[in-house]
Design a binder for this molecule. Structure first.
Ligand code: HEM
Ligand code: HEM
Length: 227
């Protein structure tokens, strides 16, 4: 039975979560394009937002790229340069620093959203829910660090990377890599996949509309003093 649940959660659920994310996002964009926004609350109350939001966003974006590179780079690509053990220590250190940054930012954002009347009044259920889910996910992520410290040869990290690479390349047997891992890794991955699943129903959609063109725009913005 345990093996059956493991295969479902780590072999089947990833595909369900990503499918809901893609189909849900396309439908939302098509049917309700004006709901596609970050729902800024700066106008209502700006105190703490800049610091909280910046720490949170910088932390989480660096964690995102860390996860992407760390989990999806095949072992043979980095093998000539660093050992699995060194990569494990790198992931724990960099992930730990970005994770703590993200944590401080998130505490400020949660404080602001729960104590400031004007912000609270416009907070929808999903705004609070996703903030709390990200918070729990971050705590679980940070809790993997002491667990990883028990395997400084990088063996658990290699198995976790193998799982994600098997999933994205549609190879069978992905879930078998997760079965022997510690519970905290399993919880962190299942909740992470649930964030993918919930993505189209939350404000998280704003992340794929980051105004990157702004960085490359031609011409300057002309700002004149009032006469
Ligand atoms: C890709 C670049 C991103 C940009 C440009 C961006 C931009 C923004 C902006 C403008 C806001 C509104 C802040 C305000 O109230 O004025 C916001 C809020 C938020 N963003 Fe992002 N974001 C990005 C990536 C992400 C990522 C990767 C995540 C999480 C996985 C995320 C999660 C959130 C959350 C939870 C809020 C609401 C915070 C609160 O409760 O006040 N964002 N973002
Ligand atoms: C589907 C989504 C996700 C998956 C599959 C995932 C998977 C993992 C795995 C396998 C590790 C352990 C890496 C190792 O031991 O080498 C880890 C660590 C970590 N995760 Fe995630 N994660 C996801 C989303 C997130 C999110 C959204 C956050 C932040 C809110 C986060 C924060 C962390 C942190 C802080 C660590 C510890 C430091 C590190 O190793 O980078 N994760 N994650």
């Amino acid at each position: 039975m345990a093996e059956y649940i493991n295969t479902f959660l780590f072999g089947v659920y990833p595909y369900i979560a990503v499918s809901v994310m893609i189909i849900g996002s396309v439908l939302r964009y098509d049917q309700n394009p004006y709901s596609w926004k970050s729902d800024s609350s700066q106008l209502l109350h700006s105190k703490g937002l800049r610091l909280g939001s910046n720490l949170f966003h910088i932390g989480i974006i660096l964690l995102f790229f860390g996860h992407l590179l760390g989990l999806l780079t095949p072992h043979w690509v980095y093998e000539p340069f660093i050992t699995a053990g060194q990569k494990q220590v790198l992931a724990m250190t960099a992930g730990g620093i970005f994770g703590l940054m993200c944590l401080v930012g998130m505490v400020i954002l949660i404080w602001r959203r729960t104590t400031q009347d004007r912000v609270r009044a416009t907070t929808k259920f999903m705004d609070m829910a996703i903030l709390l889910i990200l918070f729990v996910q971050l705590i679980l992520g940070l809790m993997t660090i002491p667990e990883s410290a028990k395997h400084l040869d990088g063996s658990s990290m290699v198995a976790l990377a193998e799982w994600s690479q098997h999933i994205v390349t549609f190879r069978p047997g992905a879930a078998d890599f997760i079965l022997p891992q510690a519970l905290v890794f399993k919880l962190h991955i299942v909740l992470g996949l649930t964030i993918f699943l919930l993505f189209p129903f939350t404000r998280l959609v704003h992340m794929i509309s980051a105004p990157l063109k702004f960085l490359l725009r031609s011409g300057y913005q002309i700002v004149r003093k009032r006469g």
